[in-house]
Write a protein that binds this ligand. Structure first.
Ligand code: SAM
Length: 296
């Protein structure tokens, strides 16, 4: 074992037999909100990190890989990304990325946990980078479940940046056919719904495949894509769903034109990255083609 001067560790347990240890340099906050356990820490390798219920949500060193991947394929593909809805997204980085697109005239973010939003503003301001103060941002602290039921808006892109639907997570009730139907009702006919959709790791892709199988009942095109996120120690999967556009087949010229119009520079996403994101290994394609569980 390597010698270390660190005495405090955040141990993320993927399964009882697979752990990732992060040496902690500083703990900014550790406690429980009304909805979940929250830790905001600074790790030696990945910098500041938000941890909810023991799961890494994002880390300073590589959050752009995750957030650019969640946001930009969907916005590049949507015919009218002027009104965008984000489900979850407490840190404000999904909001930041959406607002970099000049076509976005309003972006509504609905997160159940006001404490996570406030802790992120206080300790992780690099994530939102001013997005919470953008006049186009509408930040609602509330349950996305109720918002989707009661809202009557139509959105050109819906981005779901929710925690994993584990049994005790407040996101769990959002993974049901009723809620997927509510989301579809809120999506413009030419719109794109993109969601963070669990891991694409060869040993842990069942939940991703279950989401994909369920969503295929709602949309003509349901495409999986993934990026390796080092702080997650995993290949992280997403889904892009639409009746109008096959996001996997977006022409290079359209992606180039979209990226060139974004405010500021991308770190990860461009046309070449897009093609790699949607190019899936055989084991994942096989899993996605298999019959299996769906959300009811
Ligand atoms: N990148 C993340 C990951 O890897 O899972 C997700 C990021 S974001 C921090 C997840 C957010 O979803 C949290 O801020 C949490 O409060 C929010 N959330 C969970 N359940 C929710 C619900 N029912 N309605 C709205 N927001 C919810």
């Amino acid at each position: 074992m390597p010698k270390t001067e660190h005495w405090q560790w955040y141990v993320e347990e993927f399964t009882p037999t697979e752990l990732h240890h992060h040496a902690i340099d500083e703990t900014y906050f550790a406690g429980r909100t009304a909805f979940q356990n929250v830790a905001v820490i600074r790790t030696a390798t990945f910098g500041k990190m938000l941890v909810l219920d023991g799961d890494t949500q994002s880390a300073q060193a590589d959050e752009k890989i995750y957030h650019e991947t969640l946001v930009h394929p969907a916005l590049a593909a949507s015919a009218s990304p002027d009104d965008v809805l984000i489900l979850g997204g407490g840190e404000g980085a999904t909001l930041r990325e959406a607002l970099r697109c000049p076509d976005v005239r309003r972006c509504t973010m609905v997160d159940i946990d006001g404490d996570v939003v406030e802790l992120s503003k206080r300790y992780l301001p690099e994530w939102s980078d001013g997005a919470f103060d953008d006049p186009r941002a509408r930040v609602i602290v509330g349950d996305a479940l109720a918002f989707l039921r009661d809202d009557d808006g139509t959105y050109g892109a819906i981005l779901s940046d929710l925690t994993e639907p584990l049994a005790d997570s407040p996101s769990n009730p959002l993974f049901s056919r009723t809620v997927f139907a509510d989301i579809k009702r809120r999506l413009a006919p030419s719109g794109v719904y993109a969601l963070q959709a669990s891991t694409a790791g060869f040993h842990n892709m069942a939940l991703h495949a279950k989401m994909a199988r369920t969503l295929r009942r709602f949309y003509r095109y349901v495409r999986s894509f993934y990026a390796h996120v080092p702080a997650f120690d995993n290949d992280w999967a997403f889904l892009a769903c639409s009746d109008a556009v096959d996001v996997a087949a977006l022409p290079a010229a359209r992606i180039d034109a979209y990226v060139n119009r974004l405010r500021g520079e991308n770190y990860f996403y461009d046309d070449e990255t897009h093609r790699r994101l949607f190019s899936l290994p055989l084991y994942l394609r096989r899993e996605l083609a298999r019959e299996g569980d769906v959300f009811e």
